[in-house]
Design a protein around this ligand. Structure first.
Ligand SMILES: Cc1ncc(COP(=O)(O)O)c(C=O)c1O
Length: 436
């Protein structure tokens, strides 16, 4: 059967170019994909920062199959099924102290918009109805809903939609500065003062107008931008001083990517809400959500008890298959010690990737947990060309990386081994040498 490529409008893809020369993956297992033409490809990016336990982990797959034999679907409004409650309990158990309530969605984008709405509902309930502004950050990515692109800071994602964004949204400067922090290992020592810009935004706009601050603790989509030492702590204390909610978007960093359940644990800063998706099921079934501080939940649980407290939810909030996958994935991370394992692998990954420092056109290498990036000089004002060619070379030579702008990002699954890290890095090295 010949495959018709035209009807599928691919997301975040140059459709016309891709369809001339498609890369089609047909199977996956552990660290590896198999392409339609039978090649094995080492997945250095966990799908898309999702498959933290590797592809088709047998226990997670079995849990989903078992769930299909039990219950396919039931409405999440005004009825429920046990696995949704069990999943929320399992997430609560691994969440920072004080964050004990979980709202479920099917994606990170839905989860981001949900968190923004929870923040507004909270302030509405406390009577501070004028707190409607959000503060995001340049280069931030919070999915593609209207809320998410409003607080997000990637211009290309907003350009065509500028007229319809949330009003009053403000942005902190990003923390990426090559002259001050290139080739940092882990957290850069320079840059915590950039958090003071939040104080300036508060002064200029009035703290009483600001509902929440939303940041990715580590900016993933912008190319693994690691927070400077002390930066997140400063954001936390400025938010505390002005009763502003702090929201961490942990869609990439959650569920083990930084060697802890959450970046909040890694950086020792507890936000008021944590947004998650991707790794919660190891990518096996789409699932996302928001973990919410008790005081926020309790503030919204008011009024006559026969009335809906929060007018928000999705048909698939807590889909049985997603819940079964999530419960099983959390169990796998725990029982196989994957977080601790990845803390050891992080050392190997750091050493290996920084060995590319002297290769041509490399202007920065950065890493934390099982996430790392290499940034290249832009060639002839053609942003992305060099990284795209390196990406293609790697794929043709059996390694899947990710590129964004002039950056190659990698995020291997927590189940990978040292040999696989070496293959990934040496393939990237050959690619840099092959691509002018
Ligand atoms: C930090 C962050 N937030 C939100 C999202 C959106 O998630 P989804 O693509 O599942 O909607 C992503 C996706 O990469 C992300 O990295």
């Amino acid at each position: 059967m010949s495959l018709e490529l035209e009807p599928f409008w691919m997301p975040f893809t140059h459709n016309r170019m891709f369809k001339k020369s498609p890369r089609l993956i047909e199977r996956g297992e552990g660290m590896y994909y198999q392409t339609s033409d039978g090649h094995s490809v080492l997945d250095a990016i966990s799908g898309l920062w999702c498959s933290n336990a590797g592809h088709r982990h047998p226990k997670i797959v079995q849990a989903v199959k078992d769930q299909l034999d039990e219950l396919d679907f039931t409405a999440p409004f005004q009825s429920g099924h046990p696995k949704a409650f069990m999943l929320a309990e399992a997430i609560k158990e691994v969440s920072p102290v004080g964050l004990n309530h979980v709202f479920l969605t099917s994606s990170g984008s839905e989860a981001c918009d949900t968190a923004l709405k929870i923040a507004l509902a909270y302030h509405h309930s406390t009577g501070e109805v004028q707190r409607t502004r959000f503060v995001g950050r340049e280069k931030g990515y919070h999915g593609v809903g209207f809320g998410g692109i409003s607080v997000g800071g990637i211009d290309a994602n907003k350009k065509a939609f500028k007229a319809s964004l949330l009003p009053g949204t403000l942005h902190l400067p990003h923390t990426h500065n090559l002259s001050k922090m290139a080739f940092s290992k882990g957290q850069p020592v320079w840059g915590d003062h950039l958090a003071d810009n939040l104080e300036a935004l508060v002064d200029a706009n009035g703290s009483e107008t600001i509902a929440g601050v939303i940041v990715e603790p580590m900016q993933g989509s912008a190319g693994v931008i690691v927070p400077p030492l002390g930066y997140l702590k400063k954001l936390r204390s400025i938010c505390d001083a002005h009763q502003i909610l702090l929201i961490f978007d942990e869609v990439i960093t959650g569920f083990g990517r930084l060697g802890e359940w959450f970046a909040a644990d890694r950086f020792g800063v507890i936000p008021d809400m944590i947004i998650f998706a991707k790794g919660v099921t190891s990518g096996v079934v789409p699932l996302g959500g928001v973990i919410v501080r008790d005081s926020i939940y309790n503030e919204i649980m008011v009024g006559p008890s026969h009335l809906v407290e929060f007018f928000h939810g999705y048909t698939n909030s807590g889909h049985p298959l997603a819940c079964a996958a999530g419960i099983s994935a959390i169990n796998v991370y725990e029982s196989e010690g994957l977080l601790a394992k990845s803390r050891k692998l992080e050392i190997e990954l750091e050493e290996a990737i920084h060995s590319l420092r002297d290769e041509a056109h490399v202007v920065d290498i950065r890493n934390i947990g099982m996430a790392a990036a290499i940034e290249f000089e832009t060639r002839n004002n053609q942003t992305s060309m060099r990284a795209m060619e390196i990406f293609q070379y790697c794929f043709d030579h059996g390694v899947m990386v990710r590129y964004t702008g002039d950056i190659i990002a990698i995020g291997p699954a927590l189940v990978c081994d040292e040999t696989e890290i070496e293959v990934i890095i040496e393939t990237i090295r050959s690619a840099i040498r092959a691509v002018a």
